[in-house]
Design a protein around this ligand. Structure first.
Ligand code: SAM
Ligand code: SF4
Length: 436
């Protein structure tokens, strides 16, 4: 599988898997940005793009050692009061002119682990959204969770209710690794939940991780084969060791080896790419491999960055409305107090200037989407070449991009480096690892 080493030589020293223009870079909210956002919500949605509605249940029944998501342990969360507040926040948005003139084609329970709720609570929350927002006749419901809490009863109820997709944090089917990274249930249980969901006609998308400390190539290949055998979609994530996670502490204390180097990580990615594409999967979105045609045309993906996505709940960080992007307060109690005080629970917000929007458009390449040159010119009165000539030339020369009359696209080689490519167009000191 090490056939592309020469192709990769001389491209980048390190893979950057996290793109620019995400919540990690948003400034803290200030009264003026809060007010500008409220003014924006008072306007009509003229984008003509379908949206995704994403209420988060940022509660988990255990902590995976690598996880950096802001979640609260089930033992410390009061679920019913949290759901009541989440509904209040949804109401606050539902009453605005922008949302009243918006249409959704997806409702996604995200998090965290919404599967810690009962089936009835999950369905009630979806019904609540359907009653308050404009939803298309043909819409999709997705529910995120882990096999720890997706029991048989919940899976059956969700399938009967018409849930299209179960998003499952599988991580690995290697039981030794599962123990090492504090995943409490065995691989057999993950497999059983997936098989049941598939039997009941649901699409399943499993998150799987590579370059975990101690993970061999054989173990990775076994996990990929299991996903192919189970006939599921996969979100293939490279492990990122984030400060202050349990794993970070273990590595710093010498209790756990560090992840593999860039060569090891890249080979694992290329192995996944080859195995999955050979099995008929297509690379789509930031990290997905899919055989489900609907995933290629999902509006929530294709509309970036001109559309909008309403995300609510403690710690949510993927909300955006055209030029505004925001994240919510992480601490669940502070989140609840803020909503109860009648305020949107936003902790960080960024409003992009037209120059920044041009750069944001280029992050479509990170999402494996083309940049439409005609639309770019219509919106910004300049071509991408006029704005980003030197970067585009360098990336085309290195074989990472192709450009024709209509669009800019990443190549197969560019796919490995799509995070780095997105940073080439950003103006930020975190973009240190530039093209050689
Ligand atoms: C936060 S979870 C939300 C859904 C659900 N709780 C779960 O476990 O899948 C989304 C996915 O992010 C990925 N993830 C979490 N921490 C990560 C890290 N440090 N590096 C890379 N991916 C990570 C995991 O694969 C996880 O399944
Ligand atoms: S990976 Fe998922 S289940 Fe694990 S701690 Fe993070 S959010 Fe919770």
């Amino acid at each position: 599988m090490k056939t592309t080493a020469s192709e990769q030589a001389g491209i980048y020293d390190l893979r950057t898997n996290w793109p620019p223009y995400t919540y990690r870079d948003y400034p803290e909210i200030k009264p003026e940005t809060y007010n500008a956002f409220l003014d924006f919500l008072d306007t009509e949605n003229t984008s003509k793009r379908l949206m995704e509605l994403q209420p988060w249940v940022s509660i988990c029944d255990s902590r995976c050692s690598f996880c950096y998501f802001p979640t609260t342990a089930t033992s410390k969360a009061r679920i019913e009061p949290y759901l009541a507040v989440l509904k209040k926040e949804l109401d606050m948005y539902a009453k605005t002119r922008y949302l009243q003139t918006s249409v959704f084609d997806e409702i996604v329970l995200g998090g965290g682990t919404p599967s810690v709720l009962t089936a009835e609570q999950m369905i009630d929350l979806i019904e609540y959204c359907k009653a308050r927002f404009n939803i298309t006749d043909e819409y999709f419901i997705k529910v995120t969770g882990s096999s720890k809490s997706f029991d048989r009863h919940k899976i059956v109820k969700l399938a009967e209710y018409g849930t299209f997709q179960m998003d499952m944090g599988a991580q690995t089917f290697d039981n030794k690794l599962r123990k090492d990274f504090c995943l409490p249930d065995p691989a057999e249980q993950v497999e059983e939940s997936i098989k049941l969901a598939r039997k009941l006609g649901m699409c399943v998308c499993a998150d799987i991780l590579y370059n975990l400390p101690g993970q061999t190539m054989d173990s990775w290949v076994d996990t990929l084969n299991k996903c192919i055998e189970l006939d599921i979609e996969v979100d293939v994530y490279a492990l990122e060791v984030v400060s202050d996670t349990i794993l970070d502490t273990q590595i710093k204390a010498g209790k756990m080896p560090p992840p593999g180097d860039v060569e090891h990580e890249t080979q694992m990615y290329l192995t996944a790419y080859k195995m999955l594409t050979d099995a008929g999967y297509k690379a789509v979105g930031h990290d997905r491999f899919s055989r489900e045609p609907w995933h290629f045309k999902e509006s929530c993906l294709n509309g970036w960055p001109f559309a909008a996505q309403l995300t609510t709940g403690a710690g949510c960080f993927m909300g955006y409305f055209e030029t505004f992007s925001y994240s919510n307060i992480e601490d669940i109690n502070q989140y609840m107090d803020t909503v109860n005080a009648g305020r949107l629970p936003i902790n960080k917000i960024s409003e992009s200037t037209p120059e920044e929007m041009m750069k944001k458009v280029m992050t479509r390449l990170y999402l494996r989407l083309p940049v439409d040159k005609i639309e770019f010119k219509e919106r910004f009165e300049k071509t991408p070449e006029e704005v980003f000539g030197p970067q585009l030339n360098r990336l085309v020369e290195k074989g990472l991009l192709t450009i024709d009359d209509k669009e800019i696209k990443i190549t197969k080689l560019g796919d490995i480096w799509k995070g780095n490519i997105a940073w080439e167009f950003a103006e930020n000191p975190r973009a240190k690892n530039m093209l050689k």
